[in-house]
Design a binder for this molecule. Structure first.
Ligand code: WTA
Length: 645
């Protein structure tokens, strides 16, 4: 890696200049010269993605290993159940591990793990390959078969990669439940997936404390009849109750198994995992991803957007329980054969420079994180990044919510030292891969995620499905299938059709509102449906309301999202109390907040709870959240007409 001094210095732009209307950031010459995709190739890729979608993605698929090549790149005959790489046989884990250990990557570091206490651990591709093989054997010994579901409730530790890859190797379907969700959410998701096995941990370290994750599993296990065994990783070394005959130690099981395993040959469209985008309302929405199309999408997007080089250290600093962790902490980086960083703890522990310290310590080249994290760290000022040598960084990235230009520019100036463009990537659990995102050879505008990735057909349309004029808000849609797309919603193909494909015939509805400017750049504004984005996490307003309703004092409840400087959005709640409640308001507010946390988990951040006499409703009794929102934000109702249906 060249030092920053040797690089051609781009013209420096000041914060003011970048924020000024119409300013753009030209590609940095030193990045363009070395880019995996040069500007001409980029234009060609866009053209081919338009003129011959199948040829474009077929070529992309040839970069990976197939036990048997596909007969057809894309089969639309059962639309909207699109079939990618029909007839092809592969396994994503074979592409992430097995094929690399036959090359120079065998002894390359696959995972750098940093624990919150600062201890480091490195696993080579060969180490990870052997561990995943052992876990695949563990699964077989426990009687788990291809197609069975395995629930994973683990923090950001290497074992989560071992377990996910072990599942993929035998063809079991994993369902990772985010650690910030509660025991109830865990139970609902386990039961919906009918998981036979759960993998969890005794505890892990976060913000100086030990989080005893297994306690939530104990609670969930009281009503999870399908679960036959619970495998427990020993991490924090805390005292836990292992007396239930279903509990088994991960290390005991691993010790007894051989490190060889013949990776299962899967059909390209066989399910790899389920990831729930809502899971507590009794109607869980489990997004399903496949082996074949998904890996093709990850490989291509990661190589082009983050321009991965053989020597790179790539850090996608998010929780693996989120789709971003699935795609770009674990599967994507391993498929392209890079080194991926995993950090167990809290970004502010023990101080606000923890992330910058990690970058310096490992010489991280690419950092991918969220606007919430950037805004949180920005609050502490630039003296913290200044304490560290961040000169190894080449590219920055962001995901999960709109990034305000101010945070974009702070990130660009203080973390990237004006040498690293910020790749703002728009995508979803459902899309599996980046959909709207730049590459290092594109002209950027702070706050815009640029344009659709080559071979991806995202657009913004009005209520009639017609493309909107520049500057006008509309619905985000995808007009052609893409390889990493969800294949269905688990056990609910009707809902899959209804939610994503019924509003505009032939188009996938993303549920977001955006505008495009005169240059065709996308500006995402938020969700159009009743989904909150709290620090990037998706929470349904209905989930929050349902959680409140079960409290003994609550008669009715409504939840809306209100803007928050750090988290992007937080929940504001309106409650109609039952008649004979005598507690004072302050203690009730605290009680209800604690109740919601207990039911849904710590991911739900509540700004305020108002007690009201009435809630605005339609004649059919549906709560008009739009009215509440307009009042709360001091707007006229019409101002929100593009925001919510
Ligand atoms: C939002 C996360 C603006 C959007 C990968 C989307 C974004 C939802 C961006 C999906 C971005 C994601 N700019 N908004 N760069 N990336 N979003 O499923 O509302 O957790 O629909 O997937 O996050 O959230 P999910």
């Amino acid at each position: 890696m060249k030092s920053n001094k040797e690089k051609v210095q781009p013209e420096k732009e000041t914060t003011e200049a970048l924020l000024a209307e119409g300013r753009v950031l030209r590609p940095l010459p030193q990045l363009v010269v070395d880019a995996n995709l040069n500007p001409n190739d980029y234009e060609d890729a866009v053209k081919q993605g338009r003129s011959d979608l199948e040829a474009f993605w077929g070529e992309a698929a040839h970069e990976l290993n197939w036990f048997k090549q596909w007969d057809k790149v894309l089969d639309r005959s059962d639309a909207p159940f699109f079939n990618w790489f029909v007839g092809g046989k592969t396994n994503i884990a074979y592409n992430a591990l097995d094929r690399h250990v036959k090359t120079h990557r065998k002894n390359k570091v696959a995972i750098i793990f940093e624990s919150e206490s600062g201890a480091r651990e490195r696993m080579t591709y060969y180490d990870l390959y052997r561990a995943a093989n052992k876990f695949a054997n563990v699964l077989k010994s426990l009687g788990v078969k291809k197609g069975d579901r395995v629930a994973i409730y683990l923090p950001n530790i290497p074992e989560i990669a071992v377990v996910m890859l072990g599942c993929a190797k035998i063809g079991a379907i994993h369902s990772v439940v985010y650690g910030g969700f509660s025991a109830l959410a865990l139970r609902e998701q386990i039961n919906h997936a009918e998981a036979r096995l759960v993998v969890t941990v005794d505890g892990f370290h976060r913000n100086g404390k030990v989080i005893k994750l297994k306690e939530a599993v104990d609670e969930a296990m009281t009503a999870s009849p399908t679960v036959e065994a619970v495998v427990v990783v020993q991490r924090a070394g805390v005292e836990i109750d292992m007396s239930d005959g279903r509990y088994l130690w991960f290390h005991d099981l691993m010790d007894g198994e051989p490190a060889e395993f013949e990776t299962e040959e899967m059909d390209a469209n066989d399910p790899l995992y389920i990831l729930y985008t809502s899971g507590t309302t009794g109607k869980p929405k489990g997004v399903v991803h496949s082996h074949g199309g998904y890996m093709v999408g990850l490989n291509r997007t990661l190589k082009w957007v983050f321009d991965i080089k053989e020597t790179d250290i790539f850090w996608c600093a998010v929780d693996p329980g989120w789709v971003t962790g699935h795609s770009y902490t674990i599967y994507g980086p391993l498929i392209v054969g890079t080194t991926t960083v995993m950090y167990e703890g809290y970004p502010l522990f023990p101080g606000p420079d923890r992330m910058w310290q990690i970058i310096e310590k490992y010489g991280v080249n690419i950092l991918y994180t969220t606007p919430t994290t950037i805004r949180m760290l920005m609050r502490f000022g630039s003296q913290y990044p200044k304490k560290h040598d961040l000169s190894t960084l080449r590219l920055l990235g962001t995901v999960g919510e709109p990034i305000n230009p101010k945070a974009w520019v702070w990130y660009y100036e203080n973390i990237g030292n004006q040498n690293c463009p910020v790749m703002d990537t728009w995508w979803q659990t459902e899309t599996g891969m980046f959909m709207v995102a730049p590459t290092p050879c594109n002209v950027l505008k702070p706050g815009s995620a640029f344009k659709a990735f080559p071979g991806v057909h995202v657009d913004v349309v009005d209520a009639n499905g017609e493309p909107v004029e520049p500057g006008k808000g509309g619905h985000v849609v995808v007009k052609e299938p893409w390889p990493a797309m969800l294949t269905t919603l688990y056990k609910d193909s009707e809902k899959y059709k209804e939610i994503y494909w019924s509003k505009f015939p032939g188009m996938y509805l993303a549920g977001d509102i955006a505008t495009k400017d005169t240059d065709g750049y996308f500006w995402f504004q938020g969700r159009s449906d009743d989904v909150l984005k709290i620090a990037g996490h998706r929470i349904g307003t209905v989930e929050v309301e349902s959680a409140l309703i079960i409290h003994k004092h609550v008669a009715e409840a409504a939840c809306i999202g209100v803007p928050d400087k750090i988290r992007g959005e937080v929940a504001k709640i309106f409650v109609i109390l039952k008649e004979d409640v005598e507690e004072d308001e302050d203690s009730l507010v605290n009680e209800l907040k604690a109740h919601v946390r207990k039911v849904l988990g710590s991911a739900v951040v509540i700004r305020g709870i108002d007690f009201v006499e009435k809630l605005p409703k339609t004649r059919s009794g549906k709560i008009m959240r739009r009215v509440l929102k307009a009042r709360e934000l001091g707007l006229k109702e019409g101002d929100l007409s593009t925001l919510e249906d």
